[in-house]
Write a protein that binds this ligand. Sequence first.
Ligand SMILES: N[C@@H](CCC[C@H](N)C(=O)O)C(=O)O
Length: 296
Amino acid sequence: MDRVTSTQNAPLAFLKGHGTENDFVIVPDPDNAVALSPADVARLCDRRAGIGGDGVLHVVRSAAHPEAKDLADEAEWFMDYRNADGSVAEMCGNGVRVFARYLEHAGHVTAGEVAVATRGGVKRVHLDKDGSVTVAMGRAVLPEESVTVTVDGRSWSARNVNMGNPHAVAFVDSLDHAGDLHTEPPYAPASVYPDGVNIEFVADRGPRHVAMRVHERGAAETRSCGTGACAVAVATARRDGADPAASGTPVTYTVDVLGGTLVITEHPNGEIDMTGPAVIVAEGTIDPSWLAGPSS
Ligand SMILES: N[C@@H](CCC[C@H](N)C(=O)O)C(=O)O
């Protein structure tokens, strides 16, 4: 099948969903027939002139996408994730829960296990009957070096954590110290993060319980970040002297985000499970003349 730009098409189906208020425009496109340009993505995610979202979940069969066709035997569906600014990301933890919820909503899978291909590898997702969704997120990589995060003239030493995508985790006394992240974006060194970075600010709430704010690469401050919550849980565990690989005991942290709560468990083999909600809130069609039209 020839691929066409979204702007040449008949009305384009979309849904809107969120996980702990990290919200997404979902574009079902099983045959990968729609070439969503970065400008199209930014337009869809525009909260005033578009639908609004922190990113786009482009839903494509793995066999139909050049970046995922080698994973088609393991995972029928590929999450082609785009940030709100149109950039591509390796993984989105909240997004993959919402992606699985969409597959269930569309009748492509039933409650239970579903494998989803991402640029960060295949993720196994469990859709629970109670409405929660658990994702096997894989292992965190924690390079030894610490990095410095700066925002509005204040600096903190931060932990570099890779969850398939890059994170810098800074511990702060109060989440307010991160300031207004929309007007004063935080900075972490490009020498460590040449492709940009997601930056988390973390404050303690109690035993194995923290709260975080996040400034996402490609989306500014969002109300939640699943990969970020995993990075935060692992960085906090190491700070607290908890290492499941050494103790042989799983470690669980509750991570409060602005849009809800995520529960993160790191197992002795390093594998990380993340549990949280995933909700479909609306569906409709996009007017192709709007998508093709002038930007204002
Ligand atoms: N919100 C996501 C992360 C989305 C990608 C991120 N902005 C990046 O560029 O790495 C999550 O829930 O993990």
